[in-house]
Design a protein. Structure first.
Ligand code: CP
Length: 306
């Protein structure tokens, strides 16, 4: 049972709440197989996508999820809004609420912005990625995808490779996977490993060869190229040489290991194209599952007493 009207992070969710979202998403996945994919639960409700950072998957997925549930959807873009004229985040959010929004889906470069909005608005706030903090719906769709292949999470070995320090996807997945009993391994350069990992009950590997051994799930992360100039590693070529997921390295994992990536991918940097497009890749399934998971989140939050 989901008890909060907001989804701010995986950290705040119980194991039962996570499974409740995933079971609800499974029902919506069935709905999405039908000829008529639209259902009425959010008729008369308005969802505003408030994105202060670029997005392809998350924004489109939330828009489509809301439309499939019969809600009205407004997409807010910073470039065409009064933010350009100096309007504050708080005034923008209060304006959206005054226009009658029922949900705000927020992506922002600063950690904590969804939590701030949840304190000043009494409508549902959904975190679509806040700085390097959390990206809860990405972790939920990742769990859904893993479950659809492995039928369980408990006891699985999940190797997460890449820029852990700056990754909200990694953070949400670490919280989710450890709550559900997976063995989580991080594979990253020491410069991209946050100090907090010592307290999260996970294993850390500096070499990809060690970390991939007998993994059930391999999760590659986007290397944040915008940070490349800051000297976290010498070059993209060296990063790929040391941490890129190649066909040869994939052999070290279990034969039936699945390969995931939240997108957007940097081919030839985090992952070889042959692996990204290969038979073990579930990257496009993650995108497809995101729609059912986001429908479940909107549906469940709509049912919580405001
Ligand atoms: N995975 C993810 O958040 O992708 P977008 O940035 O395209 O939304």
């Amino acid at each position: 049972m989901v008890t909060s009207k907001n989804l701010l992070g995986i950290k705040e969710l119980t194991t039962e709440e996570i499974y409740h979202v995933l079971e609800t998403a499974s029902g919506f996945k069935d709905v999405l197989q039908r000829d008529i994919k639209k259902v009425p639960p959010l008729r008369g409700k308005t969802v505003v996508n408030l994105f202060f950072e670029p997005s392809t998957r998350t924004r489109i997925s939330f828009e489509l999820a809301a439309k499939r549930l019969s809600a009205d959807v407004i997409n807010f873009s910073t470039i065409t809004s009064s933010v350009i004229k100096g309007e504050t985040l708080k005034d923008t959010a209060l304006t959206i609420k005054a226009l009658g929004a029922d949900f705000v889906v927020i992506r922002h470069s600063s950690a904590g912005v969804p939590h701030f909005l949840s304190r000043i608005l009494n409508i549902s706030v959904i975190n679509a990625g806040d700085g390097a903090n959390e990206h809860p719906t990405q972790a939920l769709l990742d769990l859904f995808t893993i479950l659809s292949h492995k039928k369980k999470i408990k006891g699985l070995t999940v190797a997460i490779i890449g820029d852990i320090t700056h990754s909200r996807v990694a953070r949400s997945n670490i919280y989710a996977l450890t709550k559900l009993g997976a063995h989580v391994r991080l594979i990253c350069p020491p410069t991209l490993r946050p100090a907090e990992v010592r307290h999260l009950g996970i294993e850390v590997f500096n070499t990809i060869e060690e970390g991939l051994k007998k993994a059930d799930v391999i999760m590659t992360l986007r290397l944040q190229l915008e940070r490349q100039s800051k000297g976290y590693f010498p070059s993209l070529e060296e990063y790929f040489y040391l941490y890129g997921l190649t066909t040869a390295r994939l052999q070290l994992a279990r034969d039936n290991a699945i390969v995931m990536h939240p997108g957007p991918m940097n081919r030839g940097v985090e992952i070889e194209s042959e692996v990204a497009d290969g038979p073990q890749s579930v990257i496009l399934e993650q995108v497809t599952n995101g729609l059912a998971v986001r429908m479940a989140v909107l549906y469940l939050l709509a049912g919580v007493k405001k």
